[in-house]
Design a protein around this ligand. Sequence first.
Ligand code: IPM
Ligand code: MG
Length: 386
Amino acid sequence: MTEAENRAIEEAVAKFRGLMETQLTRAKKIKEDKDFTDYDALDTIVIGICGGDGIGPVITKESERVLAFLLKDEVARGKVTFKEIDGLTIENRAACNKAIPDDVLEELKSCHVILKGPTTTPRAGDPWPNVESANVAMRKELDLFANMRPVKVPEEGIDWTFFRENTECLYAMGSQGIDIDEDLAFDFRVITTPGTERIARLAYDYARANHKDRVTIVTKANIVKTTDGKFLDICQKIGKEYPEITTDDWYIDIMTAKLVDEKRRNQFQVIVLPNLYGDILTDEAAELQGGVGTAGSANIGNHYAMFEAIHGSAPRMVQEGRDKYADPCSVIRAGAMLLSHIGYQEEADKLNRAIDACAEEKKLVLTGRSDGATGAEYADYILSKI
Ligand code: IPM
Ligand code: MG
């Protein structure tokens, strides 16, 4: 090793040490955190509405309108209130050079649940500083450890619920990798025992509560032996506490293939997997349902929960003046998940039925262009079916 290389390694080791300390502290915190928000016990449930950027504000507004309609009695009696949160735009994040500006984070933390539009994620070469994704930062800051993504294709018997771990894997330190020199770069993948236990338990509890009899664990534990090995091992251990549920496990490569295997795919029910595999597999799954624009997702933690679309902010639609034609269904579905999470299951069911009815009847269609309905017209269409 040259002297320069030795110095680079020393620096990297010191930085890695810092990252390990942070993650050890985090793992301890997870173990100690036994509290959770009881929505029934709250005097007022505060629902934060955070439009994000790109098409976010217009589609989120439509979902808010639908929620306000379904919850009007609850708002009238003071049990529910809405709070608008601005400032999570890429322009403001770039100006503050922060994934989430401090004042916005404070506002988010003053809510119990949040409905969020998509936010632009900067990458190297963009006109913005390459700050961490606002999504990822919010999931970490509010400890939203479970990303629950349902995908349904009823005519094919597909009814999947993905439980994507949301705070670990390559995402935990995705913006803290180390360049040793111009030839060598490292990123770090994190899997913790308590972090895996809590996502596994949520997936199995969900399966039990919803009379599902199979949970599928997805990893690449034959290759990524330490971290995926731990994830698989812990999930299997938790699975033993649920003897009525069959556990199987698949590797991520063959699992992506099985999702397009028409003979096998309807056998999957509940799927639990680490963050990055979950990111990829749920886009594939959503595409089978009709596109990522049709899917909503719930980011659940013990203290907060955030509900969002799984797609991006579509800046091109805004540049071309087409944002009013953007499909609001993903955020409206996310709204249904929010209703169910805070205890309004009946309203959530009503809303899901209305969305399904519109998709089936097709009196209005969304094309993303002026030959289709606007998002507002489509939301009215959904409201007319409630
Ligand atoms: C998702 C998105 C996000 C992710 C992006 C926007 C950071 O793709 O929610 O799946 O990678 O998790
Ligand atoms: Mg994704």
